[in-house]
Ligand binder design. Structure first.
Ligand code: IMP
Length: 183
């Protein structure tokens, strides 16, 4: 098992699913793709708090365009490791999306229910375009095709932490994405 970077040994952590260097390499590629796709129409990045904060920060620096940022915080009801699809907006956007080229920046897509809600909600605000960039997509869990323009990594349907992702607010500062096995 590869060592977890940025953390002491913790029995609740399983193997590394995506190591830090692979995250950074893929994000650099995604940044180049977005730079090419959005030339002449700089995007507004909408980060979904809290999980996407690290990804948003690294992705934004990999995009060579005058991007703007906004953040939204949502919470899905349900058990700690499963969403029910009932999404509540905790913090709404500050900016008006009218005629903007919006990219939703998500940490992880599991059932896809949170993303489906966000997409519907933001589409009603009159953006010129609306795409999604998700760092992690859990394979085989979405009921319908989640239609995500930019995907960092497809991972098995296991609970993971690190690089912004948490369990009860812990492990967000791990440099790697790691399987959570519990205690
Ligand atoms: P979905 O609505 O089932 O797609 O769940 C999306 C949200 O649930 C993500 O934005 C995360 O906040 C959380 N989530 C889903 N899977 C994981 C995971 O493996 N680790 C940490 N958070 C997760």
């Amino acid at each position: 098992m590869a060592p977890v970077t940025g953390a002491e040994r913790d029995p609740a952590l399983g193997p590394v699913v995506v190591p830090a260097d692979e995250l950074q390499a893929r994000i650099s590629t995604l940044g180049k793709e977005i730079t090419a796709d959005y030339e002449g129409r700089p995007p507004l990045l909408v980060g979904v708090l809290k999980g996407a904060f690290m990804f948003m920060s690294d992705l934004a620096r990999a995009i060579d365009l005058p991007v703007e940022f906004d953040f939204m915080a949502v919470s899905s009801y349900g058990s700690a490791t499963r969403t029910s699809g009932v999404v509540r907006i905790i913090k709404d956007l500050d900016l008006d999306l009218t005629d903007r080229h919006v990219i939703i920046v998500e940490d992880i897509v599991d059932s896809g229910l949170t993303l489906a809600y966000l997409r519907r909600n933001l589409a009603h605000r009159g953006p010129a375009s609306l795409e999604v960039c998700a760092l992690l997509l859990k394979e085989g869990l979405q009921k319908s095709d989640p239609d995500i323009r930019y995907v960092g990594f497809r991972i098995p349907p296991e609970f993971v932490v690190g690089y912004g992702l948490d369990v009860a607010e812990r492990y967000r500062n791990l440099a790697d994405v790691v399987r959570y096995v519990g205690s």
